[in-house]
Ligand binder design. Structure first.
Ligand SMILES: NC(=O)c1ccc[n+]([C@@H]2O[C@H](COP(=O)([O-])OP(=O)(O)OC[C@H]3O[C@@H](n4cnc5c(N)ncnc54)[C@H](OP(=O)(O)O)[C@@H]3O)[C@@H](O)[C@H]2O)c1
Length: 290
């Protein structure tokens, strides 16, 4: 199987580039090798690589920045996905596109299933929902909603473009440096461990799973405070953690409050998505080992 990865320097891009090498050749394109907002360049890169599979790991993830300046988010997260779907259709490749829990309004009280109606509350969220719809332009497409991704590491094409790594990476960095951290008690998530997302992606595309939309998160749900508490306890730094609520922080973009996702559909397709506590333990062990 020939795989083309876009956004290959990001946390998920790096992991799938490593992980999919076992299935054949991988063409890993960072942003400086392929800007996915350049439609002719996307068509040319895909025609050149002749992939069986395109993994789109490129994204504009500056949730607050998108409120003031919506066009970059719309170009990368929505219009560029249309280009990738066109390219996938032309070379008969599978397209995998990653989306977000932010497509929901966060007003639910039980985990969202794939059939739940979206209700994006921000420019970023809207751009991700449009991307899902454009990805469906590829005849064999998989749209995987992930959330609170952690454990991948990343490199920036432009080092001036903001902090590297996931929220959890930054929390662990702070705890290890004996700096205080805060965790939202009122934002409920189902975290996604990057190696588990990559493995689940492989299960879908190498098996006979029906194309379409899947929630690709670790099992269980927790507030960000719970995740931070489990992390701080494991590192023996519990005293450095304090609780906050979303109302305590001035954020330009609205965040969904309750956004646990049901992963029953992807489990039924054969993916293994361990509980988030198990994923957290493996992540902390991997950090310690490296
Ligand atoms: N991180 C999360 O918590 C989270 C939550 C929900 C959903 N997701 C989704 O999960 C997927 C993977 O996220 P991630 O955390 O791995 O993201 P990431 O680490 O920010 O990586 C995204 C990559 O896309 C690249 N990129 C940006 N604009 C591009 C363009 N025009 N052309 C080509 N590449 C471009 C970035 O390059 P530069 O860094 O050089 O700009 C970066 O390498 C994305 O679809 C994201 O929206 C992530």
């Amino acid at each position: 199987m020939r795989t083309l990865v876009t956004g290959a320097a990001g946390q998920l891009g790096r992991e799938v580039t490593r992980g999919f090498a076992r299935y054949g050749s991988v063409v890993a394109l960072r942003r400086d090798g392929l800007d996915i907002t350049d439609h002719p360049a996307v068509l040319a890169a895909v025609a050149d690589a002749e992939p069986d599979l395109i993994l789109n790991c490129a994204a504009y993830n500056n949730v607050d920045g998108a409120e003031d300046d919506p066009l970059p988010a719309m170009r990368v997260n929505a219009m560029a996905v249309r280009s990738l779907a066109t390219a996938a259709r032309e070379c008969d490749a599978i397209l995998v596109h990653y989306s977000s829990d932010f497509v929901f309004d966060g007003e639910a009280s039980e985990p969202y299933r794939e059939s739940a109606a979206p209700g994006p509350q921000s420019v970023y969220a809207t751009s991700k929902l449009l991307g899902e719809w454009f990805a469906a332009g590829a005849p064999r497409h998989y749209v995987l909603r992930v959330e609170s991704l952690f454990g991948g590491g990343a490199e920036r094409t432009d080092p001036g473009e903001g902090p590297l790594g996931s929220t959890l990476d930054r929390m662990v960095d702070a705890l290890e440096a004996d700096r205080p951290i805060r965790g939202f008690t009122d934002r409920i998530v189902s975290p996604s461990y990057v190696p588990d997302v990559a493995a689940a992606t492989a299960v879908l595309v190498t098996g006979a799973s029906a194309p379409g939309l899947y929630h690709c998160v670790n099992t269980g749900q927790a507030s960000w405070f719970d995740v931070a508490l489990a992390t701080a306890r494991r590192l023996g730094r519990e005293a450095l953690l304090s609780p906050i609520t979303m109302a305590d922080v001035d954020m330009p973009a609205a965040r969904p409050r309750y956004c646990a996702l049901s992963n029953e559909k992807i489990l039924a397709a054969g993916a293994v998505m361990p509980r988030w506590e198990d994923a957290l333990e493996r992540y902390l062990e991997a950090r310690q080992a490296s």
